[in-house]
Structure formats: structure tokens, C-alpha cells
Design a protein around this ligand. Structure first.
Ligand code: S3P
Length: 169
């Protein structure tokens, strides 16, 4: 079985994924880290060298490769579900969870964590609010295709894990 976590940057996919994998004894992979290891380049370097399209191609190839695994918790990039027919592949080959975080909280969570994320690295917090709002409007329709939605507001990481585990019972 493969479990995937989708959602916007800063929604806590990697944290929840690591916790979940530990709790159920599965391997954990973060798609961005997998791509960085595979190509020995940081995500920001791939964007610089090959543009976003180059990154999306690598991301798609890595996704398809990993979706053939077993006993894996895979946290995806915020844009992964949006390109090609990735979301179709994700829902077909895994149990998918959308971690939904509301806009103000997302922007708060991304403050100070922008540098490694080329799409928002250059934005001020004010610009980010507008950018993320537009992005969510475009992307939510893809995220919402996940099998389960976990709405995150004030929950602790433990509560998020609990909610995911309840769906897996
Ligand atoms: C992106 C999200 C990032 C990373 C890249 C693009 C996006 O992943 O894949 O910077 O388009 O939302 P995280 O969601 O893990 O930050």
C-alpha cells in the first residue's frame, strides 16, 4: 500500500508523513528530497537551470517511479497534483490525503521558510498573501480529488496523525 499526502507548501505534509510512516512501520519519502538526491541538485537549482517546466518533468518521472513501491508514505510537493494527469495517477495508485490549511495560517507557517521554495522565495509577506490566495483558488480543485481531506487549524501534530490513522482503520 502507498499513502500519499497532498496540500499546499507549508501545510505540514512532511511532518505528518514522517509521523505516519513511523506509526505504521512504512518507509517515508518526501518527493522533493527524493528529486534532490536523485539529481544531486537543490530544487531551487533545478528551477534556475531548467525552469519550472524542467522541474515538473523530473517531478512527474519521480512520482511515477515511486508510485510503483509498496509500504510507502509519500509526501508530495505542493504543485505535484496540478501538473500533467498526476492527480489521476496519485488517486489510482495510493490512498491520498489532502491536508487543508486556511490561507492566513498558511502564510504564517511559510514565514521564514521561503528560501528553499523558489516560487515564493522573492515575495514579501504581503505579496505572499495575494500569491497564495490565487494559487489556492487554482489548486484546491486538484487537492480536493484526494480520497480524504484533513482540515487543519489548531490541531497538534499528534491529532493530525490520529485523524489520518482513523481513516486507515
Ligand atoms: C512547489 C512546492 C514545493 C516544491 C517546489 C514547488 C509548489 O514543495 O516542490 O518548490 O509548486 O507548490 P513543498 O510543498 O514540499 O514545499
Amino acid at each position: 500500500m502507498i499513502i500519499t499526502l497532498v496540500g499546499y507548501m507549508g501545510s505540514g505534509k512532511s511532518t505528518a508523513g514522517k509521523d505516519l510512516a513511523k506509526a505504521i512501520g512504512y518507509e517515508f519519502i518526501d518527493l522533493d528530497h527524493y528529486i534532490e538526491d536523485k539529481f544531486q541538485l537543490k530544487i531551487s537549482e533545478i528551477f534556475e537551470k531548467e525552469g519550472e517546466l524542467g522541474f515538473r518533468k523530473k517531478e512527474r518521472a519521480a512520482l511515477l517511479e515511486l508510485l510503483t513501491s509498496t509500504n510507502l508514505v509519500l509526501s508530495l510537493g505542493g504543485g505535484t497534483p496540478v501538473y500533467y494527469n498526476n492527480m489521476e495517477e496519485i488517486t489510482k495508485n495510493s490512498i491520498s490525503f489532502f491536508l487543508r490549511v486556511q490561507l492566513p495560517q498558511l502564510v504564517k507557517r511559510l514565514d521564514g521558510k521561503k528560501e528553499t521554495r523558489p516560487l515564493i522565495a522573492h515575495l514579501t509577506n504581503e505579496e505572499m498573501m495575494e500569491f497564495v490566495a490565487k494559487h489556492l483558488f487554482e489548486r484546491n480543485q486538484f487537492y480536493e480529488k484526494a480520497k480524504y481531506t484533513i482540515s487543519i487549524s489548531e490541531q497538534s501534530t499528534l491529532q493530525v496523525l490520529d485523524e489520518i490513522m482513523n481513516h486507515l482503520k
